[in-house]
Design a protein around this ligand. Sequence first.
Ligand code: ZN
Length: 328
Amino acid sequence: MKRRQLLTHAGLLGLSATLSSFDLKFPVLGLDPEKKRHGGQITLKLGKLELLVITDGHLYINPPQPIFAPGIAHERVKAAMSDNFIKDDGIDAAINILVIRKEDRIIIIDTGSGSLLGDQAGKFLKNLNHAGIQADEVTDVLITHLHGDHIGGLLDTKGSLNFKNARYYLSKPEHNFWMSKTPDFSKSKHDGSNADSIALARNIVSTIKNKLTLYDFGDILFDCIKTELAEGHTPGHPSLTIFSDDQSMRHIVDSVHSTLLIAHPEWGTQWDVNFQKGVSTRERILEEQATSKGLTMSCHLPWPGLGYITRNDEGYNWVPMPISTPDL
Ligand SMILES: [Zn+2]
């Protein structure tokens, strides 16, 4: 950019009086140029809690069908994707991980995908370090459900725990489903083998079993997370309401993976262990969030997965939380 153009741009921002040279580092926003900055994280306050959302990367699904909207006419899906400003060649699912600082605790909700998804993901640990948190400082790991993109980051490449000093938490129904003799996938629309997923889930559970607490739905964890059953995606899949003082945020985890399924919750996904329950839970949660107008977080909606649900004539809309700077 030439100096004249720079000045023009700066003038538009009302800053021309401050410009005397090309030394234009961070001229507008008042950011400290000495502070080393990294992407991949965002922080906000919720009552007395500090929340961080940290990215693990993303998961690109191309073509979107049949994983999303199996059995729905392609032209309808394409039109709905266009209406929702999704590029029509694929669905790009974020992997957003919530970290909660509460007094001397550091609670992480899931661990990302580790090495399971290749280069596009597996960045949680690195980005956690960038946020000033070392893996050994994590006190609690709340596992929402036993899918690879949530538990793959629990182990390093040698199979050892990344979070050595943490206790682990998992719902009883989730544990019992994967550890049962023959987990029932008969109500899923996924047509491939589930053997790898089952093996991974069992390996993780056996690795953490001496540090594992199984919770019941309705339990309140760490005095700041209310747990509720939101089954369908998996049999023990939760919704988590994070609260402090008079503030709260509902983490809907994997009840919705894309804004396409907010517009059309009934179209569903092959990723749900029980397709119909996935649809009914999704519809219930979207209705509840549209009614409450409460802040919503999702693991896979576009980064950082924070926003609100509103109703329209046919379904719902996703309204991203207005974020002006990563340092909220
Ligand atoms: Zn997921």
